[in-house]
Design a protein around this ligand. Sequence first.
Ligand SMILES: C[S@@+](CC[C@H](N)C(=O)[O-])C[C@H]1O[C@@H](n2cnc3c(N)ncnc32)[C@H](O)[C@@H]1O
Length: 217
Amino acid sequence: MKATYLDPTVGQYLLAHTTQPDDVLDALALETRELTGDNASMQITPDQGRFLTMITQVGGVRNAVEVGTFTGYSSICLARGLAPGGGLTCFDVSEEWTAVARSYWDRARVADRVELRIGPAAERLRELPEHPAIDLAFIDADKINYLVYYEILMPRLAPGGVILVDNTLWKGHVADPTWDDETVRHIREFNDMVSADERVTSIMLPIADGLTMIRKH
Ligand SMILES: C[S@@+](CC[C@H](N)C(=O)[O-])C[C@H]1O[C@@H](n2cnc3c(N)ncnc32)[C@H](O)[C@@H]1O
């Protein structure tokens, strides 16, 4: 399990009492570790995956966007929660990593509702029209561009639409005044901006490495 803000024993208990991933997600997690080594830690955790599917289901999401797809774990979790006829548009720079995602979209039987756009997300996201409005977006790419992605997505987000943002606690360093590096500065700036943004209400959830949930008014 990645960084967690719970006592490890409590964290294990929590995971054991959350609906478990299926064989496809387990196989993807294993293959990602074999193929990408230490980069596999970029993958979301099983409890985050369960949360993404559930929030997509309860929100009746039809139009979803993901920024940062890697080998596909979170995209499968989002796609599985979509309402009938819904779609997920994924953005990533890596042909290599998303080739794995493509094969697992087939195995998870969600390929018919997922579209992949390769390239720097700050450029490719701007190509999205304002309609149909986005019901849910998940941001999990390069941290220095979080604010850029947020501002591109905001006018395209439906009223009541949700943006979920991963790693907003960044191993807890954001809350440590003695910690200073470029990534921490960008995430702090993002967290400060969102919590003061009158267009939205937001909550930081201590799931995995921090997951912020933002709802547009
Ligand atoms: C943390 S990983 C995403 C993990 C994924 N959500 C999952 O659950 O497996 C970050 C991804 O962002 C992508 N990325 C990094 N910089 C990017 C950029 N400027 N534009 C688009 N994608 C980018 C990387 O290629 C990588 O696949």
